[in-house]
Design a protein around this ligand. Structure first.
Ligand code: ZN
Length: 260
């Protein structure tokens, strides 16, 4: 099934951020040991959850939480089917009111989801699965680690000797996010491509999921255009995700016809 990711990355094209060599581990110049970088990000995710607990903004609706848990389990199983590094991973999606981002993924297989965003857009399970697949793709591709490596290169490792200091520094100034923006755009395109492959493996309905981008497009038209948003316009994202899924459908149809 790793072929799914290969197909996705083929469509992603251009500068490929995460390479998937035969051993399945992304390559790249990591400035910090993987475990140290992951620990720094896990600490940040934990701090968001602690703040939500303190502010009582963790969503407590049992039916809503159960629905998100079920979709997360399906997406986690799809990731496990595609990438053996995540065969035994336990993914968690945590609903936080007014989190401020639609969703954000962290190493440790944790995805924080803005509960208000899901409610406002009235996301069905298919749309939710597409969002969680996109977020899981950020983790699969090691994007968080690359952000810290960027900081080490940008500032020099003597200024940010540890992954934790690199992360704190990144969060401290908007100018770092601006400098990282071109890479962030590539990361978002890669997450859409790999996320589409993950989504395809979930078995959720593609046509129903793609309506997500129409909803996002409506949001875009109502905004002044967020300069800091690294995502492509929703209409372009829809085409990119469609192309990956269509190619995977063709591959599967061909394989099925050969078997018959
Ligand atoms: Zn993303």
């Amino acid at each position: 099934m790793k072929r799914c990711i290969a197909v996705a990355l083929l469509f992603f094209g251009g500068v490929c951020l995460a390479q998937f060599p035969p051993d399945g581990r992304p390559q790249g110049r990591a400035a910090y040991p993987e475990s140290e970088a992951a620990a720094a990000w896990r600490g940040l995710a934990a701090s968001y959850v602690r703040t939500a607990l303190k502010d009582q903004t963790l969503d407590k609706d049992p039916a809503f939480n159960a629905r998100v848990d079920a979709v997360m389990a399906a997406v986690g199983a799809a990731v496990a089917a595609i990438d053996p590094r995540f065969a035994y991973a336990s993914w968690k999606a945590i609903l936080i009111e007014d989190f401020g981002h639609g969703a954000a993924a962290f190493p440790g297989e944790t995805i924080l989801v803005d509960a208000k965003f899901v409610r406002t857009l009235q996301l069905n399970d298919d749309e939710l699965a597409l969002i969680l697949a996109h977020e899981a793709a950020h983790v699969v591709a090691g994007h968080a680690t690359m952000k810290l490596s960027f900081m080490a290169e940008f500032l020099g490792k003597e200024k940010v000797p540890t992954a934790g200091t690199a992360l704190m520094e990144f969060l401290a100034k908007d100018s770092y996010a601006a400098a990282f923006h071109p890479t962030a755009q590539l990361q978002e395109r890669e997450a859409d491509a790999v996320g589409a492959a993950i989504y395809f493996a979930t078995g959720y309905d593609t046509q129903r999921a793609l309506r997500l981008f129409d909803k996002l497009a409506l949001l875009e038209s109502g905004e002044a255009g967020a300069v800091t948003d690294a995502h492509d316009p929703a209409a372009i994202r829809k085409q990119a995700v469609c192309a990956v899924i269509a190619e995977l459908q063709r591959i599967h149809a061909r394989r099925d016809s050969v078997r018959r």
